[in-house]
Write a protein that binds this ligand. Structure first.
Ligand code: GLU
Length: 468
């Protein structure tokens, strides 16, 4: 039997980082076993579902490289299938019509609360022989009242629920709309899902879903319930702890594979290894090795992983994300070939693409004035103006703007004027970048291009106090 998993988000907001982890685990599970990863949008709650949220989920998954092999499917397209299943259960006596009004159910709950017993439907319509259809009704499932329901959860181990803890579940509301548990079971069956992998907040739904599979005579899939993500204070991960929307991580300069690497390690491990390529995750991940304890979200670890991925990525891999960040800074359509030469100079200097974009912004500026005050005080005003003029003139005469020639010219000026390297490099760095830190000075000159580099040196000469 081929392995099939599904990620089944409700489109009521952005793609949450916890949801992305579920999607990743679902995809990884199928990759190692040669299966199929399906995306199902659970939009039965029409009031809360929005197209904007659907788009945010699709965009987030796409950015992470988690596009489904099949789908997206929409539950709102399947309503007749859910209703047909409910109808069958009704005909087979496994479900019944319940005409209890909202008021009578509320009153029942209230009295149960007063008696300090768990509020639940008491089954008063269960054994009625008349099944009136001339008044509003819901369809309820006849939940087994004895015995227990158990499954071997691939993450949590054996889980068992006594059936008498579960009341008769509503399958179809009085407005004719199917409920979550019914829709999920019908879809999981029709889509041939072999493993339901989801957050542990769904554990309490599972015995109900197993009952429905059994009542409909369908094979029960396997289940794996993942521990939820928590913030550093131990509470459920929320906005208070920082960004929870996947696409916010793109804005903040994270690489998709760094985020995947980080997410895969939240709950799963492979020896002591912290850094994983996409390929490694796909061959090594095994859902049965996911731990049971809550995973704690830790931004500094994510930054560390991101920095590592930035260092080891190819410039080509970083290109789209850098272009994205530069566009946000007003740099439109930079030359990609040139950017591929820029990127290696910054890979060891940035933990995020935000940092990288900020650090290389000087390359695009019309002018880097005013210089950073501290940098100018320290390296610039004390500089030997003659050395900068000599460098400018030497560079101007280079037949080609080429890294090795630039370096030779630079060394020549240093030697001719008997300077220390830094005595020329630091003021030149301030002139070129406006700051005291940048990649190597020769590389910086090269990347700026002849025209910009010479203009900035001239600008510096005109500003230096002893230029007259
Ligand atoms: N739609 C549910 C949610 O977003 C998931 C249901 C499931 O995975 O069974 O929480």
């Amino acid at each position: 039997m081929s392995v099939r998993t599904r990620f089944a988000p409700s489109p009521t907001g952005f793609l949450h980082i916890g949801g992305a982890r579920t999607a990743l685990f679902c995809q990884l599970h199928t990759r190692r076993l040669g299966g199929t990863f399906i995306l199902r949008i659970e939009d039965t709650d029409r009031e809360r579902s929005t197209q904007q949220a659907v788009d945010a989920i699709l965009d987030g998954l796409h950015w992470l490289g988690l596009d489904p092999d099949e789908g997206p499917f929409f539950q709102s397209d399947n309503t007749p299938l859910y209703l047909a299943a409910a109808q069958r259960l009704l005909e087979e006596g496994k479900a019944y019509r319940c005409t209890c009004s909202k008021e009578s159910i509320d009153a029942l709950r209230e009295s149960q609360r007063e008696q300090q017993i768990k509020p639940r439907y008491d089954g008063r319509c269960r054994d009625r022989h008349d099944q009136p259809t001339d008044q509003p009704y819901v369809i309820r499932f006849r939940t087994p009242s004895e015995g227990s329901t158990a499954w071997e959860d691939q993450i949590q181990g054996t889980i068992r629920f006594p059936n008498d803890e579960l009341d008769d579940l509503v399958l179809v509301r009085s407005d004719g709309s199917p409920t979550y548990n019914l829709a999920v079971v019908v879809d999981d069956h029709n889509m041939g899902i072999t493993l339901v992998l989801r957050g542990e907040d769904h554990i309490s739904n599972t015995p109900r879903q197993i009952h429905l599979f059994q009542a409909l005579g369908w094979p029960v899939p396997e289940y794996a319930h993942m521990p939820l993500l928590h913030g550093s204070d131990g509470s459920k991960l929320s906005k208070r702890h920082g960004a929870v929307s996947v696409l916010q991580y793109r804005e903040d300069g994270f690489l998709p594979d760094a985020l995947n690497n980080y997410l895969v390690r939240l709950g799963w491990s492979h020896g002591e290894q912290e850094l994983f390529t996409r390929q490694e995750m796909q061959t090594l991940f095994d859902v049965r090795q996911v731990g049971r304890s809550a995973a704690i979200f830790n931004l500094s670890k994510l930054l560390w992983i991101n920095g590592n991925h930035i260092r080891t990525a190819t410039p080509q891999q970083l290109l789209p994300e850098l272009i994205y960040q530069l566009a946000k800074r007003g740099i439109q359509q930079p030359d990609p070939q040139w950017l591929l030469q820029v990127i290696p100079e910054f890979q060891t200097r940035a933990k995020t693409l935000v940092e990288m974009a900020d650090k290389c912004l000087f390359l695009f500026a019309e002018s880097v004035l005013p210089y950073e005050e501290k940098a100018a005080q320290k390296h610039f005003y004390t500089a030997n103006v003659q050395s900068i003029i000599a460098l400018h003139d030497g560079l101007q005469q280079l037949p080609e703007w080429q890294a090795a020639a630039i370096e030779a010219c630079f060394r020549q000026v240093v030697a001719d004027l008997q300077l220390e390297m830094g005595q020329l490099a630091q003021p030149v760095r301030v002139a070129l970048t406006g700051t005291a830190s940048s990649p190597g000075i020769h590389e910086t000159l090269f990347l700026l291009g002849r025209e910009r580099a010479l203009r900035r040196l001239q600008e510096a000469v005109s500003l230096l106090p002893n230029n007259k």
